[in-house]
Design a protein around this ligand. Structure first.
Ligand code: HEC
Length: 403
């Protein structure tokens, strides 16, 4: 996930699951000593109920069942609308365990407990084998493909100097690579590794895992909170199975090897915004707040830019102070929905477009929207939360980012 609210959300995985109806096919009756596992019937490389390949989670669940001498039964369940699906399955005791949900603190649901994390995932960069990629800035001269609203998209949108194209699906991205429309692509690591290992031109590419806040996370199995004892047994099995689990990951092409670190791409004010969303899906966002350092560079660069723009307009000294203070306030309370500095990849939330959208009336529209909110669309009202002078400061800052 861009990091939607839930950053790492399994982000993508889970994230991938947002849409569509919940389908329960033949939930088996509860039986003593059977391990009933809820899994998605069509979510490779994670799980599938057809074909020879069962997917990473199914193979792991089978191994766990073997270890515990519990035959595994499956309740196939499309992971769309994850929370609703969980309420209708594991929380209703239709199955004992769900493989898998985000392991980190950033995710949780009342009534569920989780095992220890058993797999680590990250976003990855797909690059030609012969391309030198040692640091992110090596990509500045490249055409980059990125999936809409995933964390790498949000991160890219906060950086200067990268030439990127957004695409909606992993398939489009892989197609663009194949046709040479982009040179490299950011994709959820498990999907990248799995898809490439199954495509004919795979020999040309390598998949480099990413490391850093916002782009990695891990998953755990989830159980009903009254299944503590079973959780402990599963934990024991998972620990013993570590080498087998690693081998299963390799079999499905999970990216491994030296990661490309992108710490310096941390969002200036933490992962809440963009990351959060992506997170909702589970890909990635456990990672916690952005580290303090890299963000400083970003903030400094931005401050210079704002200062330069302000100088152009010959503002008075206290206007500059107002802008700075509005920017800090904005990034404190608005950026998790509108992106750091208002640069959201989601068009309607991109506050750089206010002027082009509403012409000279934009400050009025913005002020009214901030005061009244647009509740039906998810924009809260700030009346009573922000004072008039604080809103003035935010507007002064927003003025500096208009296109
Ligand atoms: C919980 C998420 C959220 C937060 C927090 C939030 N916004 Fe919004 N905001 C939205 C959404 C969603 C929209 C788009 C509403 C729509 O579709 O018309 C929006 C719209 C706007 C618009 C109008 C954009 C346009 O082009 O019409 C402005 C201006 C705005 N927000 C400013 C702010 C400011 C300033 C803050 C912080 C004080 C803030 N928002 C905090 C979600 C949020």
């Amino acid at each position: 996930m861009v990091f939607n609210r839930g950053p790492f959300r399994i982000g993508a995985m889970l994230a991938a699951c947002v849409a569509g109806a919940l389908t329960l096919v033949g939930a088996p009756a509860a039986q003593a000593e059977t391990l009933r596992v809820c899994a998605d019937p069509d979510n490779m490389p994670f799980s599938s109920n057809t074909g020879d390949e069962r997917g990473i989670y199914i193979e792991i669940a089978e191994k766990v069942g073997e270890k515990l001498s519990m035959p595994v039964e499956y309740v196939w369940w499309l992971t769309y609308k994850t929370r609703r699906a969980l309420r209708n399955t594991v929380l209703q005791n239709d199955c004992d365990a769900v493989f898998a949900l985000p392991a980190g603190k950033g995710w949780g649901m009342r009534g569920l407990i989780r095992t220890d994390a058993f797999l680590h995932y990250s976003y990855a960069l797909i690059a030609p084998k012969d391309m030198k990629v040692e640091k992110l800035s090596d990509l500045k001269s490249k055409r980059i493909g990125v999936q809409f609203q995933t964390n790498p998209h949000v991160l890219l949108s906060t950086q200067e100097g990268y030439d990127y194209n957004t695409m909606l699906t992993a398939d489009e991205l892989l197609e663009a690579l194949h046709e040479g429309a982009v040179d490299v692509a950011f994709l959820w690591g498990p999907v990248a590794g799995y898809e490439l290992s199954r495509r004919a031109d795979m020999g040309r590419w390598r998949v480099i895992p990413l490391a850093g806040p916002e782009v990695e996370g891990s998953v755990a199995a989830a159980l009903r909170s009254d299944h503590e004892a079973l959780r402990e047994r599963i934990n024991g099995a998972l620990a013993e199975l570590a080498p087998e689990i690693e081998a299963i990951g390799r079999k499905y092409g999970l990216p491994s090897g030296e990661p490309l670190r992108i710490d310096d791409w941390a969002l200036p004010y933490g992962p809440r915004g963009a990351a959060g969303k992506a997170g909702s899906t589970g890909q990635g966002s456990e990672a916690g707040p952005a580290s303090g350092q890299a963000p400083v560079a970003v903030a400094e660069a931005d401050t210079k830019k704002v200062a330069a723009q302000a100088a152009e307009a010959k503002p008075q000294v206290d206007e500059t102070a107002m802008i700075d203070s509005g920017k800090v306030k904005f990034n404190d309370v608005c950026s998790h929905c509108h992106g750091a500095n208002g640069f959201s990849p989601v068009r309607i939330r991109d506050l750089r477009r206010l002027k082009s959208r509403y012409n000279d009336d934009w400050p009025n529209v913005a002020r009214t929207t901030i005061m009244e909110g647009r509740n039906e669309y998810g924009m809260p009202s700030w009346r009573g939360t922000l004072s008039e002078p604080q809103i003035d400061e935010i507007l002064a800052f927003l003025k500096t980012i208009q296109k």
